[in-house]
Design a binder for this molecule. Structure first.
Ligand SMILES: Nc1ncnc2c1ncn2[C@@H]1O[C@H](COP(=O)(O)OP(=O)(O)OP(=O)(O)O)[C@@H](O)[C@H]1O
Ligand SMILES: [Mg+2]
Length: 230
């Protein structure tokens, strides 16, 4: 195994048991991702994109196969160990933003730090820095319902970054945004990648969004159908 891989998947399978039947959501994925890459995961509905993202994000474990994250095999770790890895190394952004209602941009962004028992003053300073990174100066005290969709997604990105993760995962981050706002979010991802060398893996149906990626993986029926690398 090359040791500069951030992520290495070896013949990963994920089979869901649903009553008497089994859904073979991933049927054997082998792939590597290096630190600093931007990877787009594409493919039709039901092809396994979110399943793959959940595995990459240590939210779930494969049924078969090996997953190495920074050289450490994580496919066999228990839930507590996975949660610790997640908190330290991975930031998540979702299509529906997942912010707390009636809560300010600043409070939403601080949350992961307060969970890890960081003193309030330090957490606030880091959250403010993270919000400025995504261009939200002046919006820190706005509550979720006082922000536009694009601004809400930027808060979600600020929150994902506040722990200084090496990996940012985004499942259809522009799915609920108009084209122009979606482009602004993509510019933020590009900047984070260039300035902070954050590895970004995103799921998208939109070939324009996929343009910012260095690599594209096309899934079909739980397998990689096609890869493109620049
Ligand atoms: N928790 C689960 N239990 C059982 N089956 C599941 C579960 N999650 C996903 N599946 C099934 O696994 C397959 C892949 O689902 P997945 O959510 O990964 O697709 P997707 O590519 O993200 O699709 P979409 O573009 O619609 O989001 C689908 O057939 C789905 O029904
Ligand atoms: Mg999905």
């Amino acid at each position: 195994m090359e040791n500069n891989n951030l992520i290495r998947f070896e013949d990963i399978k994920r089979i869901y048991d649903v009553g008497e039947t089994q859904v073979r959501a991933l049927r054997g994925i082998t792939y590597s991702i290096q630190q600093g890459d931007i990877v787009a995961i594409m493919g039709p509905s039901g092809s396994g994109k979110s399943t793959l993202m959940n595995l990459i994000g240590c939210l779930d474990r494969p049924t078969e196969g090996k997953y190495f994250l920074e050289g450490e095999e994580v496919s066999t770790l228990d839930k507590n160990r996975l949660a610790r890895i997640r908190n330290k190394k991975i930031g998540f952004v979702f299509q529906t933003f997942n912010l707390l209602a009636r809560t300010t941009a600043l409070e939403n962004t601080e949350l992961p730090l307060l969970y890890s028992n960081m003193p309030g003053k330090k957490a606030k300073a880091l959250a403010l820095k993270s919000l400025s990174l995504v261009g939200l100066e002046g919006r820190e005290l706005h509550k979720t319902n006082q922000l536009s969709g694009g601004e809400q997604q930027r808060v979600a990105i600020a929150r994902a970054l506040v722990n200084n993760p090496s990996l940012l995962l985004a499942d259809e981050p522009t799915g609920n945004l108009d084209t122009k706002t979606g482009r602004e979010i993509m510019e933020i991802f590009k900047k984070l990648n260039q300035e902070k060398n954050i590895t970004i893996i995103l799921v998208t149906h939109d070939s324009e969004v996929a343009q910012i990626s260095h690599q594209r993986i096309y899934l079909r029926d739980g397998l990689i159908e096609k890869e493109e690398r620049e």
